[in-house]
Design a protein around this ligand. Sequence first.
Ligand code: PHE
Ligand code: CO
Length: 314
Amino acid sequence: MDATATAPRQAGNAQASFAGTLTDKLKEQFDAGLLSGQDLRADFTIEQPLERYTETDHAVWRKLYERQASMLRGRVCNEFLQGLSTLGMDKERVPSFAQLNETLMRATGWQVVAVPGLVPDAVFFEHLANRRFPASWWMRKPEQLDYLQEPDCFHDVFGHVPLLINPVFANYMEAYGKGGLKAASLGALDMLARLYWYTVEFGLIRTPEGLRIYGAGILSSQGESVYSLDSASPNRIGFDVRRIMRTRYRIDTFQKTYFVIDSFDQLFDATRPDFAPLYDELRAQPTLGAGDVAAADLVLNRGNREGWADSDDV
Ligand code: PHE
Ligand code: CO
């Protein structure tokens, strides 16, 4: 299978291959004079440098927005569309975070903060725990419409921000941040990262109209928006916290398995219990490959594995 599009936001430290990305990104932006020592705050945020966006940046935003908005009709969950429209997200130009925040803060108390790129896990979790979503401020280049290794502004803002308007999802994200700080202290980030990956980034939801996308990694990607729902290749399996926390994932191809929730309430309720005993229990069990199907799985679609790369899962 060819490459996934926008690489999603870190979910914890499971992505060894992204190590160094932060410093690369920072160095690149320092060297280009886009960032000075004074601009970068201790929590890795900066003021969104609106004046730095070029007409090309705005054109890339417009192009991606247009493409995904039409692609996602009948594919994305209503809560996402509701979020887009409540936010009145700009179609034509890279949105001003301050402007988004006026609506977002009023709706759920969340805000978007600008960062240079991936930030350290503890910083990321601390932001989420305080209802701040760290978004890369920069836009991908025109030749990167379909593939990008790190999360850019389109992935972060178009992909992640609309659902933060939804009260239940907004609570889940805050709880995840708090859970991240705890998991870090318990040495369980690999397990918790899988949960982020298979929900926030690559989650599907079952609705009366059929399966719909809610994961940001899917919905900022034209190719995966189709593949995740329509392809016979991947598994589609009912959501199960324990199962997910044992399942490795793909960072360089489309996913081999998607996990399907029935509602955001299900997601929030299932993740409410204290994970500390769960981590102890799961640590003793073997992990599953990204494409494995287990005996206890609620299988909605057993993937035919067509086109699956045999490169390693993370
Ligand atoms: N309940 C989890 C814990 O005790 C926290 C959490 C909530 C983690 C939501 C992920 C998502 O660690
Ligand atoms: Co992401």
